[in-house]
Design a protein around this ligand. Structure first.
Ligand code: BTN
Length: 275
């Protein structure tokens, strides 16, 4: 076996490992960029008649402007992680956009379970977590940025995925949710190439199923870490918050929380903490 930590994610290595039909078939590797989401969005904004292929993937070994949700930073030492953005052209109604985050987190959870044997859960709305030292630790985040067409449908979407793969415990970035890496949990280096190939294959399969009307929501709900738990959900602007019990998510990925008075809230976006 080669040196897993120094494995290349350049186009030649990835293309010869991929088993997808269209996802990642157009692929660009960058050693160092600002943010793969920003780069792919710029490429999309500048495309002419030669349109960017659906399924285009930009991947970087390092980002110096990596972004998370709510304008948070996404930090990872060079060569330690999977940092990628993929382009979709769904033509879905806007309320279905959250399906992309849901199906991508399912694909990532399944790929991580296959490659590492860990058990992976979902933390609404866009995190993957594992149990470590009695608590939930985040190792993966998703950032979906969509464009609506003139017909009011989701014309294109850039899906950013960051997976902490081989970050040594001592180099774990500070984060709002306690962070970990697959190396830190399993105690061994994990092949980013194997994980990437498995993830893209599963993402393609989940996406095609969704495109044919198959909802990712039941499978996503089963992985929800807060199901039946008391949580507090707030908006970063701080203008509202809801405390109550999580009943699950609805078809469109909105968190269903029942407050003390018995009132049901369907929350599309926010920050959630376990009580
Ligand atoms: C979050 O947890 O808030 C989402 C994190 C998303 C990080 C990925 S890394 C690749 C892509 N490029 C970015 O700047 N962000 C996403």
């Amino acid at each position: 076996m080669g040196d897993i930590k120094n494995e290349s994610l350049k186009a030649t290595a990835v293309q010869s490992t991929l088993s997808t039909q269209w996802l990642g078939r157009s692929y660009q590797y960058f050693a160092d960029v600002g943010s793969t989401n920003d780069l792919l969005k710029e490429a999309l904004a500048q495309e002419g008649e030669q349109r960017l292929a659906a399924g285009t993937v930009f991947l970087a070994d390092h980002q110096n402007q990596g972004r998370g949700r709510l304008n948070r930073r996404w930090l990872a030492p060079a060569g330690s992680s999977l940092l990628l953005s993929a382009l979709f052209r769904p033509d879905w109604p806007p309320e279905q956009a959250q399906w992309l985050t849901m199906l991508a987190s399912l694909a990532a959870a399944e790929a991580v379970e296959t490659v590492t044997n860990l058990i992976v859960s979902v933390k609404w709305p866009n995190d993957l977590v594992v149990r470590q030292k009695g608590g939930w630790h985040k190792f993966c985040g998703l950032l979906l940025e969509g464009n609506m067409g003139e017909n009011g449908r989701l014309q294109s979407a850039v899906l950013g995925v960051g997976v902490n793969v081989n970050i040594p415990p001592a180099q774990m970035p500070e984060a709002v949710t306690p962070a970990t890496s697959l190396l830190a949990v399993t105690g061994r280096p994990i092949s980013r190439l194997a994980l990437l190939a498995d993830f893209l294959q599963r993402l393609e399969t989940w996406y095609e199923a969704a495109n044919n009307g198959h909802s990712p929501q039941p499978a996503w709900n089963r992985r929800l870490v807060t199901l039946g738990k008391r949580v507090q959900v707030s908006r970063s602007s701080g203008d509202w918050q809801v405390t109550g019990m999580v009943l699950g998510t609805d078809e469109w990925g909105r968190l269903q929380v029942q407050d003390e008075s018995g009132k049901l809230h369907a929350i599309a976006a926010g920050d959630m903490t376990l009580q």
